[in-house]
Design a protein around this ligand. Structure first.
Ligand code: DC
Length: 219
């Protein structure tokens, strides 16, 4: 039977960095589900659909073929066969992903893909609804969070490293808005699964947080 580790939490809590670290240490596959929602968002933006056009999103999303592969251990997301890894990390795509991800057709399509990946492989999967909906039987479930100001600082640093100027206050405002949207939506809202362990990464190093999760597996 495959081993599944589910990590959920708000944007910027360090999910992907910590999940990658865990996957590397254990030799598991890392599955970034946010990247799949972002690829779908890119598709919708290219179709000139606005975040508020829920009916159009519901129809058009059926035309997007999203799949993932791995190159040198890195997850590659394909949108209709095109590697879109380099195009999905913008604020515009992130905002569209947040707006379009509550859509039932979007979720159905991507959750099926995620469950298929985890069925026969040891995975560390991160997202918003992994412990609650996608992998309810995961052996380890973690709800990873961090203070919104700390998360905004991390995001700003990331952007600055890529040469993008940013305002800390603006980014924090965006993060709080995104949290609200993700936590209050009707379908699969972001919430801690009853059997998930809460880890606050605000003042932890990546190594410490990764080891805290691995300790849960060895429990
Ligand atoms: O983790 P991220 O910022 O790459 O995710 C982008 C958006 O996708 C986020 O606002 C919520 C959505 N998402 C989701 O609804 N379910 C998931 N399992 C992962 C992401």
């Amino acid at each position: 039977m495959s081993v599944n580790i589910a990590i959920d939490g708000p944007a910027g809590a360090g999910k992907s960095t910590i999940a990658k670290k865990i996957a590397g240490k254990l030799g598991y596959i890392y599955v970034d589900t946010g990247a799949m929602y972002r690829a779908m968002a890119l598709f919708l933006l290219r179709e000139k659909i606005m975040p508020s056009e829920t009916e159009k999103i519901n129809e058009k999303c059926l035309e997007a073929d999203i799949s993932i592969g791995y190159e040198n251990g890195e997850q590659i997301v394909y949108l209709n066969g095109e590697n879109v890894n380099g195009l999905i990390r913008t604020e515009e795509v992130g905002n569209m992903a947040s707006a379009s991800s509550p859509n039932p057709n979007v979720r159905k399509k991507l959750v099926e893909l995620q469950q298929k990946l985890a069925a026969d492989k040891d995975v560390v999967m991160d997202g918003r609804d992994i412990g609650t909906c996608v992998l309810p039987g995961a052996q380890v479930k973690v709800y990873l969070t961090a203070d919104s100001r700390v998360r905004a600082k991390r995001r700003c640093q990331e952007l600055e490293e890529r040469g993008v100027a940013c305002s800390l206050d603006e980014i924090e405002k965006d993060i709080i808005e995104r949290d609200h949207q993700d936590m209050t939506r009707e379908i699969s809202p972001l919430k801690q699964a009853e059997d998930a362990v809460l880890i606050d990464s605000s003042y932890m190093t990546i190594e410490e947080a990764a080891d805290a999760v691995i300790a849960l597996l060895n429990r």
